[in-house]
Design a protein around this ligand. Structure first.
Ligand code: FE2
Length: 180
């Protein structure tokens, strides 16, 4: 289950219903897949061959097609990151810049962990969504955010896309706020 941490107040939101209600209010899709469906030989594997990625997509085919049908996704793939990923530090540096996309950013975590840092409404400010296997999240189109790894520094996620142009990250700069 995901855990929410407010960046301003330090407040923590836990428990599926509380997390779902908070994310729903912020316009962030939050669902679950049964991550235990992942074949055992892939459950702790973060360097994946193309065949293994295809096996993951086949495992969650029903869930992927259901989500795609409801929300219009046309393409999907598997992304894996861990210490063995070439240029991991460089990749993370790039990931850790606040940006937006012209379509929503969907990730279904199937192994490991990840954090989305998302800009909420004015009152809420930025918040962390800590994700574990089975958590499915979609950051809305145009909503400032970034993604990074957690302490285990490993993740496998299914990504779904509407159109290739939506993959592009547009840097987002906070406007200076007077008096702060
Ligand atoms: Fe993004």
């Amino acid at each position: 289950m995901a855990v929410i941490k407010m960046r301003n107040s330090g407040e923590v939101i836990e428990g599926n219903e509380n997390v779902a209600a908070f994310l729903n209010k912020q316009g962030v899709l939050y669902e679950h897949w049964d991550a235990s469906k992942l074949p055992i030989h892939l459950q702790n594997k973060f360097v994946l061959t193309d065949e293994e990625k295809a096996e993951i997509l086949a495992t969650f085919q029903t869930e992927i097609e259901d989500l795609a049908k409801r929300r219009g996704y046309q393409a999907w793939d598997v992304v894996a990151l861990c210490e063995q990923t070439p240029n991991l530090e460089e990749l993370l540096k790039k990931f850790e810049q606040v940006h937006t996309h012209t379509e929503d950013e969907v990730r279904a975590i199937v192994a490991g962990h990840g954090i989305f840092i998302i800009k909420g409404d004015e009152q809420t400010g930025y918040f962390n969504v800590e994700l574990e296997a089975g958590d499915v999240i979609s950051v809305p189109e145009g909503n400032p955010h970034f993604f990074t790894l957690m302490d285990d520094r490993q993740v496998v996620a299914v990504r779904l896309f509407i159109d290739q142009s939506g993959w592009v990250a547009h840097p987002y700069e906070e406007k200076e706020e007077g008096g702060k």
